[in-house]
Design a protein around this ligand. Structure first.
Ligand code: COI
Length: 356
């Protein structure tokens, strides 16, 4: 694919933000990628252009019926100054699974990766070098056709924006406090929970806000039908180390198939740790916490990386995990995954792609 490049004058580029204080999703780079879809032309007009507003008709389908999907991945600058992407093809595949579920046009995997690489190359000066920082990449597709009938749109925009980031949670790599809700649910089987679609995140806000008011970082969701089985945290998948077995909820249809989740399972199995994907009830988790069998709990996600969980709060009771401290396995996984991402450790699975 030939990508047109409409670049800003060097003199007009934005000043770079302080790498010590990036936050998450606050600063945006000078350029973005954009491409359009219409029924007769398919995906067309790929271009890298100055970051700026979209022209959207007020009747655009996305604004009314939420036909929107997105992805999240990161570019990492190693000590060798090379820029690495972590498993971008998995993002391309998941974007297409989300597109299928939301009746949106799919995207050629190679073109998706090419667009990311060319944009990151243009914005290479924005990839931060400080430990724990990276350039977060947000590809997304929205339905842009102006039409108020309820049916899949016939016009779409695919865009990629970039934001230099630090840790997702203000706790950094320190353990977070999780509120387990049995009042709200995120997604039901047969719904859109496994698609990375905007509405799932809107649906999660009420419970998150309530949890935050009570001093918790995030919400752990239970299954919609019985409010019994653990699902995910919304910004991350969840893992429990019970005795010597690592357990994570099976991909039931209502859980996001996380790429970091998959990487953790692969590494654990490579290290000879038994790793199970199965239904796990909140009762089993809390009983194992009370009996001392729950050794560790942590979340996984692109934004969150590995995020240790220090306590779980359920039905008025708090359950501490590993004395509220980061566990050994969480630390080992964090070191290994970030080591691979920044090029400090070997990449035995071929997960890295370079931006050259
Ligand atoms: C990610 O980890 O990339 C996510 O998409 C989570 C998020 C909504 C910040």
């Amino acid at each position: 694919m030939e990508i047109e490049k409409l670049l800003k004058d060097k003199g007009n580029l934005k000043p770079l933000p302080d790498e010590n204080n990036l936050g998450f999703g606050i600063h945006f780079t000078d350029h973005m990628f954009k491409m359009d879809y219409s029924e007769d032309q398919g995906w067309h007009g790929p271009r890298i252009m100055p970051y700026g507003d979209f022209h959207l008709d007020p009747a655009a389908v996305v604004l009314h019926y939420g036909q929107a999907i997105f992805e999240g991945l990161k570019a990492y600058k190693g000590r060798d100054q090379k820029i690495r992407l972590f498993r971008p093809r998995e993002n391309a595949k998941r974007l297409n699974r989300s597109a299928w579920r939301m009746c949106m046009p799919e995207m050629d995997e190679d073109k998706f990766i090419q667009a990311i690489k060319e944009l990151v190359k243009v914005e290479a000066r924005w990839v931060p070098s400080l430990k724990g920082t990276s350039l977060y990449i947000r590809p997304f597709i929205i339905a842009s056709e102006p039409f108020l009938g309820v049916r899949p749109a016939k016009e779409y925009i695919f865009s990629i924006i970039l934001t230099p980031v630090g840790a997702y949670y203000s706790e950094g790599f320190n353990p977070v406090k999780i509120f387990v809700t049995d009042k709200f649910v995120r997604a039901a089987k047969g719904g859109v929970g496994e698609a990375k679609t905007a509405g799932n995140y809107a649906a999660s806000l009420m419970a998150s806000e309530e949890a935050k008011k009570l001093g918790f970082t995030q919400v752990l969701w239970l299954d919609a039908a019985q409010r019994k089985y653990v699902e995910e945290v919304g910004t991350m998948n969840i893992f429990f180390l019970i005795d010597d077995t690592l357990v994570t909820p099976a991909l039931s249809g209502s859980i996001l198939p996380g790429i970091t989740r998959d990487s953790v399972l692969a590494l654990a199995r490579k290290w000879g740790i038994r790793a199970e994907e199965r239904p796990i009830s909140i009762d089993e988790v809390l009983e194992s916490a009370e009996s001392g069998r729950l050794k560790e709990c942590f979340g996984t996600g692109t934004a969150a990386v590995i995020s240790p969980v220090g306590s779980l709060y359920y039905k008025g009771k708090s359950f501490e995990v590993n004395g509220g401290k980061t566990g050994e396995l969480a630390q080992r996984l964090f070191d290994e995954i970030t080591g691979i991402q920044y090029g400090d450790r070997e990449d035995p699975f071929g997960w890295i792609e370079f931006v050259e």
